[in-house]
Every structure is written in structure tokens, then in C-alpha cells.
Design a protein around this ligand. Sequence first.
Ligand code: ADE
Length: 233
Amino acid sequence: MNFHILTLFPQMVEQGLNTSIIGRAQEKGILSVETINIREFTMDKHKKVDDYPYGGGAGMLMQAQPVYDAYLHVVEKIKTRQRPRVIYVTPQGKTFKQEMAKEFALEQDLIFLCGHYEGIDERVLEEIVTDYVSIGDYVLTGGELAAMVMIDSISRMVPGVLSNKESGETESFSDNLLEHPHYTRPEVWRGKEVPQVLLSGHHKRIEEWRKEQSLERTRIRRPDLYEKYLSNK
Ligand code: ADE
């Protein structure tokens, strides 16, 4: 799977995604993360990429031309027959969910467009964007962090990225349930004991306990998900 990130701050994204599990997956050749600096595509002699909004108002907007040319550069490089999906990360998008991570993980190439300032000229968005996606109802200073969140989450759904194949499946949000609690050594810590059932070696009882915990935790912490779970059962 190949990620192509159109951004004004390539270093920010590179540093965040070149370590840990995503870094290892890149070394193994399962993933590639390429950043494209939009500024390199401006035709302005001062390397400017932004301008004032027509109609007035606060802040500056990213101009259409450098964004479009950066996009064309990627499209030319990947040479797929199909039009690649272009995700514009924006608080105006559909909220990113685990299900989306799984769906995006099936693509060969994904292009992320990160905005800055007050946004991007609408005309280039109309021309290239296929998906408008947000990471939640709050506003960030730019799209980079949001793109990194999505890339991290999509990557771990790509086969081979996680070492234990199982861990991608039995975890929070599969079935709309949160995961059960986990414990490791020591058996007693600050007077708190590990639940006895986990020490019993009785696999069926352990599974039942975990399921109960998962249901209870979801009901209390995320009643919205719990309702979904009940209605999908
Ligand atoms: N850019 C700024 N805020 C954002 C958000 N909440 N999600 C995605 N992109 C953003």
C-alpha cells in the first residue's frame, strides 16, 4: 500500500510516520509513505502558495494551481488505470471510523491532501477530491496530524503490518464493542490483584469473563456504541 501526502510540511509527516510499527512496515516494503511538498509546485517566483479570499474575510487560502500540479505529479507517477482516491482531511468531512480504516486499507494507492491557513480554493477540491474525511469535531491548525492519525489506523489494517494477525481483529470496535481489560505481571500491584479467573487456566471461563467485561465497559463508557451493538445482534 502506498500513501502519497500532499502537504506544506513534509518533515512533520515524515518524522511521525518513520518510526515504530509504520516505520518497520516501510522497511519491510509492505507500506510506502511519500510526501509531496506543495510549495515545490508553485509557479510564483516567491514560492507563494496562498492568497486572499475573494469576497473578503479573515485569513489566507491555499491556491488551486500548486495543489493541482502536486496532485498531477503523483497521478503521473502511480499510473493506475483507475482514478486514485484523494482524501481531503477537513473538519467538514465524514468522521473517520474503524470501518473506514478497513475499507481504505484495500486500496493500492491513497493520496492525502493536507490543508493549511483558512482552507483551499474550492475549485481544486471539486476537481480532485474523492473523500472528505474528519478525525472529529474539533479544529486543528492543519491537516497533517489528522492525515497521520488516519494513515496509522489504515496501515495496521494492511496484512503483514501487525506481527500478530489476530490483533487486528479482536480489539476495540470490532462488533461495536470496546476491548476487555488486560493484566500482566506482577499478580499483585499496590494491593490490587489480577482477577482470579485469568489465573484459572480455564479458557472457556476466561472467554466468558472477557466478553462480559467488554459488554459492561461499552455500556458504561460508550452507550452510543452499546446501542449499536444491541441493534446489530
Ligand atoms: N483539519 C483541521 N481540523 C481537522 C479535523 N478535525 N479533521 C481533519 N482535518 C482537519
